[in-house]
Design a protein around this ligand. Structure first.
Ligand code: COA
Length: 202
């Protein structure tokens, strides 16, 4: 079972026990608006049946993950869809459904974790996404993950911004993240050495 760990979140496979939260988020007016969708009108029992089918017969061109905190609270979902290995690309979607976790870096961590996993384990060269032009929170988060705006796209009477993360940019970014981590670790080690009196060293 695929489980991807970052410092404050875990991406794990979806399961039927996610149905109550997923249903609450999919029927929520504001969350639907942020996703350029209409709130789901299905009764819960029907929704649960559809989810069960999706879990039993997953589409090969889609990879879905639940986002849990490291304490095990389910706070959202993210996915890669329209995975096109011939074109070397896939679209990313994310929703942190629990509002108290917005603006606290959880979404950014989940996207980075999914992008790292994708570029480390596949030969895809590009991850892209469409976000509503007015969804500034999402755009800030995507930029922090290394996504760049490409162009505006008008679809089903909504204005979206197309953004993309190219493998080459991700490689440069992970190289600089590693360098920063190494240099912080070296600083900490040097400070630790300074803190020790000569009699305690060695
Ligand atoms: C979009 C989402 C994934 C981002 O995840 P997140 O954990 O909230 O994002 P972060 O906290 O890492 O970053 C958000 C940034 O936007 C900033 N921000 C939020 N609202 C803002 C606003 N109105 N104007 C300017 N900046 C804003 C935050 O201050 C933060 O920036 P900072 O880290 O520099 O302070 C998450 O909020 C979410 O799922 N929202 C609901 C659904 C949604 O919009 N999905 C995206 C559909 S494309």
């Amino acid at each position: 079972m695929t489980e991807l760990r970052a410092s404050r979140i875990v991406l794990r496979e979806k399961r039927l026990e996610d149905a109550p939260e997923d249903y609450a988020w999919r029927t929520d007016e504001e969350l639907s608006r942020l996703d350029a969708a209409s709130p789901l009108r299905l009764p819960y029992s029907e929704y649960r049946r559809v989810l069960a089918d999706e879990l039993r017969y997953p589409f090969p061109w889609t990879q879905r993950f639940a986002i849990d905190t490291t304490e095990g609270k389910h706070i959202g979902n993210c996915m890669l869809y329209d995975i096109d290995t011939a074109a070397g690309q896939a679209e990313l979607g994310i929703m942190i459904g629990e509002r108290e976790y917005w603006d606290r870096g959880y979404g950014t961590e989940a996207i980075t974790c999914l992008a790292d996993h994708t570029f480390q384990t596949t030969s895809l060269k590009r991850i892209y996404l469409h976000t509503l032009e007015w969804n500034i929170r999402a755009q800030h988060s995507f930029v922090k993950c290394g996504f760049k705006p490409v162009r505006k796209v008008r679809r089903s009477s909504h204005d979206f911004l197309l953004m993309e993360l190219l493998r080459a940019d991700w490689e440069a970014q992970s190289f600089s993240r590693r360098a920063q981590r190494d240099s912080a670790a070296a600083d900490r080690a040097a400070k630790g050495q300074e803190g020790m009196g000569p009699e305690r060293q060695g």
